[in-house]
Design a binder for this molecule. Sequence first.
Ligand code: NDP
Length: 452
Amino acid sequence: MGTTEVINPATGRVLTTVPSLGVAETDAAIERAQRAFVEWRRVAPGDRARLLRQFAATVDEHLEELAALEVSNAGHTSGNARWEAGNVRDVLDYYAGAPERLSGRQIPVPGGLDVTFHEPLGVVGIIVPWNFPMPIAGWGFAPALAAGNTVVLKPAELTPLTAIRLGELALEAGLPADVFQVVPGKGSVVGQRFVTHPAVRKVCFTGSTDVGKAIMAGCADQVKRVTLELGGKSANIVFADADLEKAAAAAPSSVFDNAGQDCCARSRLLVEQSVFDKFLALLEPAVKAFRVSDPALDTAEMGPLISAGHRATVASYLDGADVAFTGSAPDGDGWWFPPTVLLARSTGDRHWREEVFGPVLSVLPFRDEEEAVRLANDTAYGLSGSLWTRDLGRALRVSRAVETGALSVNSHSSVRYWTPFGGMKQSGLGRELGPDALLSFTDVKNVFLADS
Ligand code: NDP
């Protein structure tokens, strides 16, 4: 077993080191989870519910501690990190209601009784990225455990600290040993073993589209279930009749929140031609006022990027680009990058087409509703998006026409733990959160009992 250094992205300094598991240790964890599944699936629904509620309560007691870990390890602002820890608590509470409600159907058939059961799958492997370590972990493990599965969870190498702590808190809350294990290590080692080990019956992956495709291809070999939450290049469409002041005030956080390292980032801004200049004039002061600072400060709206390498990647999108205006960022240590607004010359611009995953907003005018929809859909992705208009009919028409898993009208809200979340096209497969996610951690069994 090796070790990995964990870096604070706001200072560039080493915070601590954590274990990095090899194949043998990963196999041992998977096999422990397989043995634990035998008992966990038989735990009475009410008892499983109580354990999940206790886990939620334990997370709540450690909310400030978890948030502080995320501020130092992922560079998240204190406000965001508190929300993220609270989200894990809420997701656990929500799915704690599931074990007693998860039921099949009785279907009328001649000659006996036909009933369906939602059976747990077995061991579920969850692979988490570095951008939202806590919520993305919780969106996987809470429904998986509620449905009676056991879980092995691999955090991103860059951000393992909150996941490791959540593993300890699960035990503190009374979850039986090996029902929920955190297995830190490299994606190419630990994550890959989730794909190839036959005891892992489902892989939940959030991360880049290329790795997601490779995981899906690897899982095909064993017809293993997969849920994929991949990249995005979401559109923020502003029509001339919208409340422009409100739309302009909301636009910066919709793309610069979490330093743009957000699969739901509205990184393509489409503005109706007739109000294009007016809208940019409203947007500029809002971007310049966006507070980028030490993420531990309560006033911070944005912290640093996750790593030096990622900052170099984000910076490469500015090569030869037409910069409209930028905000400011601290100098000195840490992987800082200012909020940046680019004018797209055409839809072929690299920054317009690719997921930058940084605080970079690309802007393009459109002529009419038809062109807005066409431009919004001119991408391989389809995860999220927003549109701003006061015309109810247009809001409905455009909502139906944009190919995306989540869309908000006159807001930038994407995620609520009781509603489904996931992507269309190359943004993913399957849904997280809400009732849909719970069922995705089960297989349906049909049983017929003859009456004679
Ligand atoms: P990756 O897709 O490489 O990593 C995401 C997770 O997958 C990490 O836990 C990683 O482990 C693991 N992983 C990597 N390779 C494999 C593999 N072969 N088998 C199994 N698991 C694997 O994303 P990056 O961190 O490299 O980020 C690159 C880009 O991906 C970003 O710039 C962004 O565009 C996009 N991205 C999108 C996210 C989203 O929310 N949709 C989240 C993160 C990234 P390890 O930490 O060891 O690399």
